[in-house]
Design a protein around this ligand. Structure first.
Ligand SMILES: C[S@@+](CC[C@H](N)C(=O)[O-])C[C@H]1O[C@@H](n2cnc3c(N)ncnc32)[C@H](O)[C@@H]1O
Length: 269
């Protein structure tokens, strides 16, 4: 695998389609999947000095767990995502925040209006225009933070992405080949968008599910699963997922899958 799928690697032309995919099983994604990224959320918010009064925008905010963590630190939070069903959950989690449904390639915010812009696995290789938009809405002394998938050899979910690629239509497979290498191109993308890299590292994230059925349900809710489900049907795709997940199950621990995220921080230059 060299990349993710179209739904996980939005481009300007299909953000509504991406939003429909990611929103198709919104509560499953929000409650069964999204919490795995919490260590990455906390690490990046720490590194970016997010606290009382920070004006923060989370791009491709999903169901708003990271945005909620920022709000709990006292930040004034905005968030944007293509999936209206995920934004509904984000608004329920953090009613005081300003959440919008929209396109990260055309942010509906004014120039220099944020101290911090984050995106947790939302801006990938090929999404350079979203970084240009992030640069536009940041103050001159602002900070940017991104996460993305890390090394394949430490990516426990790699077999899942393999199943997505195997069962997705060719159009989605083609997009998939572009997006898994964000780590390799992150610095060049940042430079091209007018940023200077300030720090980078990796962080372990762990998916935890009590049983195989819950793990399959969670994996089937992620945006990249949707084209595969449309192609071969939900039952067949879930069976493929079950075949992958079943060997991971430990009767004492349930299903625990560890993966690596990469992260970067940057400032405008
Ligand atoms: C991997 S999920 C990450 C969600 C969230 N940041 C998290 O950490 O759970 C990718 C998100 O990007 C959103 N997305 C895809 N294309 C988009 C676009 N063009 N503009 C805004 N959001 C987009 C999807 O709806 C989805 O919520």
């Amino acid at each position: 695998m060299t990349a993710m799928s179209t739904n996980e690697a939005p481009d300007r032309s299909d953000w509504r389609e991406a939003g429909r995919g990611w929103g198709a099983q919104a509560t499953d994604w929000a409650y069964l999947f999204e919490p795995y990224a919490r260590p990455a959320n906390d690490l990046l918010l720490d590194r970016l000095g997010v606290g009382a009064g920070t004006r923060l925008l989370d791009v491709a905010c999903g169901s708003g767990l990271a945005a909620n963590a920022a709000a709990r630190r006292g930040a004034t939070v905005s968030g944007l995502d293509a999936a209206s069903a995920l934004i509904d959950i984000a608004m329920a989690r953090t009613p005081e925040a300003d959440f919008r449904v929209g396109d990260m390639f055309d942010l509906p915010f004014t120039d220099r209006s944020f101290d911090v812009v984050t995106s947790f696995n939302g801006i990938w290789n090929g999404c350079d225009g979203a970084l240009v938009e992030a640069r536009r809405v940041l103050t001159e002394s602002g900070r940017l933070g991104l996460t993305y998938w890390g090394a394949y050899e430490r990516m426990g979910l790699l077999p899942y992405f393999g199943a997505v690629i195997q069962h997705s239509p060719a159009s989605h497979q083609a997009a998939t080949t572009r997006l898994g290498d964000t780590s390799a191109v992150a610095e060049a993308m940042l430079t091209a968008a007018g940023f200077e890299l300030t720090d980078r590292g990796t962080v372990e994230v762990v998916n935890e599910w009590p049983d195989v059925d819950t793990a399959v349900r969670a994996l089937a809710s992620a945006g990249p699963s949707i084209p595969a489900i449309h192609a071969i049907g939900r039952d067949a795709f879930c069976q493929a997922l079950r075949d992958i997940v079943a060997p991971w199950h430990d009767p004492r621990l349930g299903v625990r899958v560890s993966s690596e995220f990469g992260w970067v921080t940057a400032r405008p230059c």
